[in-house]
Design a protein around this ligand. Structure first.
Ligand code: ZN
Ligand code: ZN
Length: 236
């Protein structure tokens, strides 16, 4: 038999799905946990609206609703994240929990037991939108920030010296990634001054998540590099 909680959250999810029909917002359907709480996964994406901007951040998050929901906050854990580095993930988690906490507070104050899923989803979307084309963050290869502190309102996509790997959305300097993938070998000195030779790997992997990259991704980076060699020559 389905509990009242199950029924309530199902209704809320249906509402959400009817609004975001094309986006597959419910990633895995509602199910009952051992402890009588219920859980489901949502696909969270930024609101790129009419800007025709590419979606560059996706989070799949599992929400667990306790028996006292909505007067007790659902728990959140991320099961899959694309396009964000560890610091950003922590920041977003913190901000999400704060927003959820606020919504629950409001319900308690107003003795209102209407669900928070719609409001929660809207607020999370707003947060993710901020991160979608942000220039903030650093290249995981050279560990340099993408821009100086005063230029943080620039957009990532407007900089031709920066690239995003297609499938996992991890971001790098074009030159750093190209060097990582295409330099035939790198010779470095070890602590005793001897040469250590690193051969080019058999596969080209994303330096951040170590995922084996597709030929399409590799070709794209190589083409970007060739297109901007002139630019790079000037810059370095
Ligand atoms: Zn770099
Ligand atoms: Zn990656």
């Amino acid at each position: 038999m389905e509990s009242a909680l199950f029924e309530k959250v199902s209704m809320e999810l249906e509402g959400l799905e009817s609004i975001y029909a094309d986006e597959g917002v419910v990633d895995s359907p509602l199910s009952v946990c051992d402890s009588n709480s219920i859980t489901c996964s949502l696909k969270l994406i930024p609101n790129t609206g009419f800007k025709a901007q590419k979606i560059a951040v996706i989070i799949i998050a599992r929400f667990t609703f306790p028996e006292k929901y909505p007067l007790q906050a659902p728990e959140v854990e991320f099961t899959s994240v694309k396009g964000l580095d560890d610091d950003q993930i922590e920041e977003i988690k913190r901000r999400m929990r704060k927003e959820i906490g606020e919504l629950v507070e409001q319900r308690i104050e107003n003795t209102d037991d209407s669900g928070i899923i719609y409001d929660m989803h809207e607020r999370i979307r707003d947060i993710l939108t901020e991160y979608n084309d942000t220039i903030r963050g650093r290249c995981a290869i050279c560990l340099e920030d993408f821009c100086s502190k005063k230029d943080t309102d620039m957009h990532f996509s407007s900089r031709i010296d920066l690239v995003r790997v297609d499938e996992c959305f991890h971001r790098f300097h074009l030159l750093c990634l190209h060097r990582d993938w295409f330099m035939p070998r790198v010779v470095e000195k070890d602590e005793f001054g001897c040469d250590v030779v690193y051969k080019m790997g058999k596969y080209k992997k994303c330096p951040t998540c170590r995922r084996k990259c597709t030929q399409q991704e590799i070709d794209f980076i190589h083409k970007q590099y060739l297109d901007h060699t002139e630019f790079e020559d000037r810059a370095y």
